[in-house]
Design a protein around this ligand. Structure first.
Ligand code: SF4
Length: 233
């Protein structure tokens, strides 16, 4: 009889604890949504660490609830990327540039791109048919290891091979989000740059933004000296 009562009490206790946990999670989800909505509206990040761990724990619930606040999935993912970028910047800046890697999506290339597929990704010929070639040269001059990604497993392979200390990932919004999550799992500070135009061919990215991110933590480029200019006439 005593055993039966203690078993019943245990079940009641488990039930009560479960209800408390569920209610706490719902409350936490509402708090996250409110923080996200205020952050998006004010263009500022409030309690970024809470937001980040909350997104990882309750992404599905937060996604559903933010829709009720009129925040689209795209806005939410953009916000998540901004959050990750901002939280990773300080660590990213401390990594020497020759330990950093940049992954570019192949869709940035011209549809007539003559680049060859190699085990290290697509090798740009700098043929002038798209701005990628010039941008790659500039990034390589800074000291970056630059890859044009031919397929989904490529990044993980190159990360295992070269073990970069920091990564810049360019891609569509979903690719950048997945890439930042991968960096997080691997403990690598990642910064994402989202392309301006989605699609599979001839997409666009703001190369100025890519270069600004690439320069994080680097000494400012020296201004050209007066006597560097060729004499007029
Ligand atoms: S510049 Fe490079 S990436 Fe662009 S089309 Fe030419 S070879 Fe391809």
């Amino acid at each position: 009889m005593a055993l039966e009562i203690s078993f019943t009490s245990l079940m009641v206790l488990i039930g009560e604890v479960t209800v408390v946990v569920i209610l706490s999670l719902i409350l936490f989800a509402f708090l996250l949504v409110a923080l996200t909505a205020v952050s998006i509206r004010n263009g500022r990040l409030y309690f970024p660490r809470v937001l980040k761990s909350g997104f990882y724990m309750l992404e599905g619930v937060v996604r559903g609830l933010t829709r009720l606040f009129g925040i689209s999935d795209r806005e939410l993912v953009s916000f998540f990327i901004r959050l990750q970028n901002s939280m990773n910047t300080t660590t990213f800046e401390t990594v020497p540039v020759d330990h950093r890697a940049i992954f570019l999506p192949q869709c940035l290339r011209s549809s007539k791109c003559p680049a060859h597929l190699t085990p290290e990704g697509l090798k740009c010929q700098n043929c002038g048919q798209c701005p990628t070639g010039e941008a790659i040269l500039r990034l390589q001059e800074m000291g970056y290891r630059v890859f044009i990604v031919p397929g989904s497993s490529f990044i993980q392979r190159m990360v295992q091979k070269y073990r970069p200390g920091a990564i810049i990932g360019v891609g569509c919004i979903v690719e950048v989000k997945d890439g930042l999550e991968m960096c997080d799992r691997l403990g690598i500070p990642g910064i994402g740059v989202v392309t301006q135009k989605d699609g599979c061919v001839e997409t666009l990215v703001d190369w100025g933004e890519v270069c600004d991110v690439a320069r994080l933590g680097l000494p400012p480029a020296p201004l050209p000296r007066k006597d560097d200019h060729p004499p007029a006439g």
